[in-house]
Design a protein around this ligand. Structure first.
Ligand SMILES: [Zn+2]
Length: 395
């Protein structure tokens, strides 16, 4: 028989720990169990009690002895996973409230979970009471992500090969990953986001203390694994205790719905450079870190028509992840003086215009000048400021 095993929330703020817990769990399975391709599924980024990267994991298992497997899972849960409940990990780059881990594990034998549950869990907040019931389940909040990872339809997948470092290196913020080899791996056609294209810095290694050494992303499975093996075999990369290639929903844009079209009513630039666009759909926020999105937002004027996409953490607020100009209103200026080529100035309401140089007067007229946006098509934040779920525009 075949069934699906899902796991989530074995650590509060380092998503990597859930992948490591899962790796150890898979290593422990009885030999009679065949392990198919594991998956790493990112979920609703604003989830109330999310883990740091909000990623859950799942795998399809094959076995002729389900009772033995379930007995093993029971034991493993009690010994290794249940004790993680309540742990709070540290993170120096996250100011959000930290929720203690509340691990959850689910087992679905044969029965499939409808993919609509995944869609719901990647696009909105889901409560524990809404989770389809499994054939066997363990733990608490983590059952939401664990079930959603099983429910994922697997469309538009990419791959991530994750290597974990030796236990004595866990807790260290620094990781030894050969940067020259990483540059070579980054040049391979299938890999993506291995290095920041602007800064040339590595993007495969997390910064915190979690067990992950690196996660190497690629658009196909073989390439992800090959690239990870090349990186691991480099002399100046620290040794690892395991490597697994996950099918993921990263770079799928599954968290986004259809874009909204709106007309700009107001553009407000806040002190740190964040830009707030008021449209008939509410406030659209372009954060400073969003680079070209912020630049384009700041350029807009009331009357411009735009398309925007992003997440809505609350009603009437959209955090822009993609922005595109549909049409712009012209800019109105006074005409140039025919003789001096200097812009004429208004003499006051109904008083006509006058050339500041030769003092020549004309009627009170405006000329319209078309405005050309700094970007002709969709823009998105730079690679290092994008969500794992964000699909690169160039795809
Ligand atoms: Zn003049």
């Amino acid at each position: 028989m075949m069934g699906w095993l899902g796991l989530d929330d074995t650590d509060s703020l380092e998503a990597g720990c859930t992948t490591y817990s899962f790796h150890l769990l898979l290593e422990s399975l009885p030999r009679t169990v065949t392990i198919n391709t594991p998956r790493l599924v990112r979920l609703w980024p604003f989830a109330h009690q999310r883990t740091r990267g909000n990623a859950a994991v799942a795998v399809e298992l094959e076995t002729d002895d389900e009772p033995l497997l379930l007995e093993h899972l029971d034991q493993y849960w009690k010994q290794h996973l249940m004790p993680l409940k309540g742990s709070v990990s540290t993170s120096e780059h996250d100011e959000r409230k930290q929720y203690p881990a509340d691990p959850g594990m689910v087992w679905f034998s044969n029965a499939q979970v409808d993919s609509s549950f995944y869609v719901k869990a990647v696009q909105s907040e889901v409560r524990l009471t809404e989770v389809p019931s499994a054939d066997r389940s363990w733990g608490g909040q983590g059952r939401i992500g664990a079930t959603a990872a099983i429910a994922w339809h697997g469309k538009k997948n990419t791959w991530e090969a994750i290597a974990w470092r030796k236990p004595n290196r866990h807790g260290q913020n620094k990781r030894l990953v050969c940067q020259e080899t990483l540059a070579r791996v980054d040049d391979m056609p299938s890999t993506f986001l291995s290095r920041d294209p602007r800064k040339g810095t590595g993007m495969v290694a997390p910064r915190g203390p979690c067990p992950v050494l690196f996660g190497l992303r690629a658009r196909d499975e073989i390439a992800a694994r090959n690239a990870a093996e090349i990186l691991l075999s480099a002399e100046s990369t620290e040794s690892s205790v395991g490597l697994r290639t996950f099918s993921t929903n990263q770079a799928s844009d599954d968290h986004l719905g259809e874009p909204f079209q709106g007309t700009v009513a107001d553009v407000e630039v806040l002190n740190r450079g964040h830009c707030v666009l008021t449209t008939e759909h509410g406030k659209w926020l372009a954060f400073t870190e969003s680079g070209p999105v912020k630049k384009l937002a700041q350029w807009l004027k009331p009357g411009d028509v735009i398309l925007g996409n992003g997440l809505s953490p609350e009603f009437g607020i959209l955090h822009l992840e993609k922005l595109c100009v549909v049409s712009t209103v012209p800019e109105y200026q006074r005409p140039l003086c025919n003789d001096c080529n200097v812009r004429m100035k208004s003499m006051g309401s109904g008083q006509g215009c006058r050339c500041p140089k030769c003092k020549q007067r004309i009627d009170d007229v405006w000329i319209s000048i078309p405005r050309h946006p700094p970007f002709e098509s969709w823009v998105q934040p730079p690679a290092d400021a994008r969500r794992h779920l964000a699909r690169p525009l160039e795809w």
